[in-house]
Design a protein around this ligand. Structure first.
Ligand code: MSP
Length: 484
């Protein structure tokens, strides 16, 4: 077992402000970080997020607003940080690729591959999508448009640049996937990536002659480093910053990259090859998540549904927003989401966890019995609880967050059934039976609070305190519908 855990989100392009779709990614990473802080300790867990601030796209967006690229990224990186703070994100550091320490690292990394012959001079002619910052072939296009940007037509480009010998790493990558079938998680995405690499890899241009807003190529300062070749190293550069003394040894290569399915190739193919070429070990896992739509529509300004996660959190609480997304569909799949589902999830938590807490505390006070004594739990009850908790652990450790939440749901469902059967409130119950039932339930509840903590940190803290102090609280108070 690893003693340390490192989780990353992609670094976001600081164009606009984060919406609920981008928040889904960081909620996954945040949940994992909180789980491992609980398990391994705060000092053995590191959670990184940040912004990807170079490239033609950013320069263009800045120009459109009459700002210099630096002014623009400063402003939008701050907005990102505000939103993440607003939703109680627990990241340990926010990396910005315009940090000179990162820029220097990116230069050193490309220099290493140049020195060992993995980067050679060439020229590129072909189609380029400025929104993806990626080249395409005719065959990649969908109705003449970029496969990721249905309104953008990739433009014909010709320029001198330097290529990275990605094709050289085909066998290395196939061996990596064979030796570590869970390098990419979940399994269906591992199979997808393997298929891509088996089909063959082409060398890729990793510098740009025409993009000025970028990190200069150290061996040809006329050129800048391709934005992805500058962005991916953020995961490693941060660990070398002076304030993180000893982190590189501690947190590399135990890295877990949480990424959307649209950027899987960069993380599961290019990044391990870049690392191998520069003499580094590859990360531990790449976790791929799907996309969700809102009421069947893609999230975006044009659909007017790019909801700020803080707006939802203001009404339903930070916890329920993340819970609602994470409990709605499996991590690797696409899903749909809407406010009605959010309300259903809120009710679900109120009726299961909230209700259980209220009943146990109320009855324990009413009947004046001792609770929360693990030594006095019925053995069969404890075994069942431990089995379910073990199932939760198995799921969360392979990042099956949806399944882990379902398991906690099973525990609360069982407990609410148990309390209905035991009826500890009835007058003719013996004090011993009442004490036993409430003790069983309070120990179970303490476990539920612990298992929910990575997903619903604020509510779990409240529930834990209420149980300890035997204070009757309403964990999920009724929310008035403004329509009524
Ligand atoms: N800058 C690159 C990442 C570089 S990482 C070294 C980038 N940035 S991005 O801002 O365009 O996207 C970041 C992430 O947000 C991607 O993982 C993408 O999948 C995710 N999402 C954007 N919209 C989303 C949804 N509607 N649903 C789920 N994830 C979404 O790519």
């Amino acid at each position: 077992m690893n003693k340390n855990f490192y989780v990353t989100t992609p670094i976001f392009y600081p164009t606009g402000v984060p919406h609920i779709g981008t928040a889904y990614n960081v909620f996954i990473a945040d949940t994992l970080a909180r789980y491992y802080r609980q398990k391994l300790g705060k000092e053995n867990t590191f959670f990184l997020t940040g912004t990807d601030e170079h490239g033609a796209n950013i320069a263009k967006a800045a120009e459109a607003q009459g700002k210099t690229p630096q002014e623009y990224v400063d402003e939008y990186a701050a907005k990102y940080q505000e939103v993440w703070q607003g939703v109680n994100l627990s990241h340990d550091y926010f990396i910005r690729t315009t940090d000179p320490r990162h820029e220097k690292f990116a230069q050193e990394l490309i220099q290493k591959s140049f020195d060992n012959g993995d980067i050679y001079e060439g020229s590129y002619e072909g189609l380029y999508c400025e929104s993806c910052e990626a080249y395409y072939t005719e065959a990649d296009l969908v109705d003449g448009k970029c496969p990721n940007h249905p309104t953008k037509t990739p433009v014909f480009t010709k320029e001198k640049n330097y290529y990275f010998k990605l094709s050289k790493y085909q066998d290395f990558l196939l061996n990596l996937y064979a030796e570590r079938p869970d390098f990419v998680q979940p399994a269906k995405w591992a199979a997808y990536v393997r298929g891509l690499v088996e089909a063959g890899l082409q060398d890729i241009p990793v510098t740009r002659a025409n993009v000025k807003w970028g990190v200069p190529v150290p061996f040809d300062p006329e050129q800048t480093i391709y934005v992805w070749y500058d962005a991916l190293p953020n995961y490693l550069s941060t660990l070398t910053f002076p304030e993180f003394q000893g982190y590189e040894e501690k947190f590399w290569p135990v890295a877990n990259h949480v990424v959307g399915k649209d950027i899987i190739k960069f993380h599961a193919i290019l990044w391990p090859a870049m690392l191998k070429s520069a003499g580094y070990e590859v990360p531990q896992h790449v976790l791929v998540h799907g996309f969700f739509t809102i009421n069947g529509q893609k999230i975006g300004k044009s659909n007017n549904n790019a909801i700020d996660p803080r707006d939802l959190a203001a009404k339903y609480g930070n916890d329920v927003v993340r819970y609602a997304l994470l409990s709605e569909f499996q991590v690797g799949n696409d899903g749909d989401f809407n406010i009605d589902r959010l309300k259903v999830k809120y009710e679900e938590l109120a009726n299961s966890w909230g209700n259980l807490l209220a009943r146990v505390v109320h009855l324990a006070n009413n009947k004046e019995v001792e609770i929360s004594n693990t030594a006095n739990v019925e053995p069969e009850f404890l075994t069942k609880l431990e089995d379910l908790a073990a199932k939760y652990t198995q799921h969360i450790e392979v990042k099956e967050l949806f399944e882990a939440l379902q398991t906690v749901g099973q525990i609360t469902e069982w407990a609410n059934k148990y309390i209905d059967e035991q009826k500890p409130w009835e007058k003719d119950k013996s004090p011993e039976d009442v004490a036993l039932a409430l003790n069983n339930l309070s120990v179970l509840l303490a476990k539920v609070n612990e298992l929910y903590a990575p997903f619903l940190p604020e509510s779990a803290a409240k529930a834990t305190e209420a149980l300890q102090k035997r204070e009757k609280i309403i964990l999920f108070p009724k929310i008035e519908d403004e329509a009524k």
